[in-house]
Design a protein around this ligand. Sequence first.
Ligand SMILES: NC(=O)c1ccc[n+]([C@@H]2O[C@H](COP(=O)([O-])OP(=O)(O)OC[C@H]3O[C@@H](n4cnc5c(N)ncnc54)[C@H](O)[C@@H]3O)[C@@H](O)[C@H]2O)c1
Length: 345
Amino acid sequence: MSVRVAVIGAGVMGADHARILAKDVPAAQLQVICDASEARAIDLGETLGAKHVLTDPMAALSRDDVDAVLIASPDDTHAALSIAALQAGKHVLCEKPLAPTYADCLRVIEAEIRLGERRVHVGFMRRFDPAYTAMKTALNDGLIGRPLMMHNFHRNVSAPDWFTGQMAISNSAPHEFDIGRFMLCSDYVSITVAQSASGRTIAPVFMTLETADGQLVNIEVNNNAAYGYDVRGELVGEAGSIDLGAPKHATYNVSLQSAQRFDEDWRPRFSDAYRLQNRAWIDGIANGTPDPRLATAWDGLCSTLVAEAGVIALEAGSKQAIKTPAKPALYEQKRQEFPREEPAE
Ligand SMILES: NC(=O)c1ccc[n+]([C@@H]2O[C@H](COP(=O)([O-])OP(=O)(O)OC[C@H]3O[C@@H](n4cnc5c(N)ncnc54)[C@H](O)[C@@H]3O)[C@@H](O)[C@H]2O)c1
């Protein structure tokens, strides 16, 4: 069975997702490219051979010849489009965040509960990154015993002038909020945020979170790191630690020096993750069983809840409690199982 997909938003992420669906996901059929900019939609639709090109997202997601919708339009459109897609009986992969506010995330959750089926997934693709997968597999195998701490570094080359410390928390850090919670299988109970002094518009933001199981998670988000896109992580357990290992480029040892190249942004670093995520999403729809690694709408709500508390913690300069509501029965699922190797091409 071919899963017919409408991609909403043909910008940076939508174009990448559409390309993956058209070229790297055998069970997907690129049915619609939709963007508010007609020129952008036509350009991408023609390049990738989409069957239809539209500018109205509601018209795209309600078509009879569409089974699934990938939402890659701006954050504040996500909740309304996810709910409309659910009402039209479609499956959804929504780019992060599920919504910028907890209240809007809850509206998506309520719509899914009314439907009685988990049909919305959120694009927290690091869950499919081979390095994080290896970390999770080793943890589940008991290699480092009980996990105690997770260190995270998230660095971008530079941020635009309008980017703020609050946005570092609500826009960049949700990937770390999600991967930490996914790795440790425990919800956060508090967050503290500090911002270092800098002459730049946005200085690094440093967060410390505690989980319900007493683990500590720290996250540095440095959107003006200057030298390259760099994501690092280390999981520390009672019997050892697992280092994520960072860029996958060669190391050059020349003239008494050692050097390694960094990417300019996140897309090359996480290209495998996007591809594996999208393939898992489509295969799950085709065979009727969602891949348990995919982030659910509930995971999306939990991440936004933490981000909201983090922004208050930064502004107030004090630790904020995070009170995660009881998980609705619809979102209970078995512990995630992990493949030992990356799936064959
Ligand atoms: N998973 C990740 O690593 C990651 C990375 C970057 C961005 N994102 C998320 O992806 C989403 C898109 O980000 P981007 O960087 O591609 O943005 P972008 O600005 O490059 O693209 C957004 C596109 O959506 C279109 N658009 C705006 N409103 C629309 C509407 N109502 N209907 C249809 N099209 C509409 C715009 O014309 C634009 O082409 C955001 O939610 C962002 O937070 C995720």
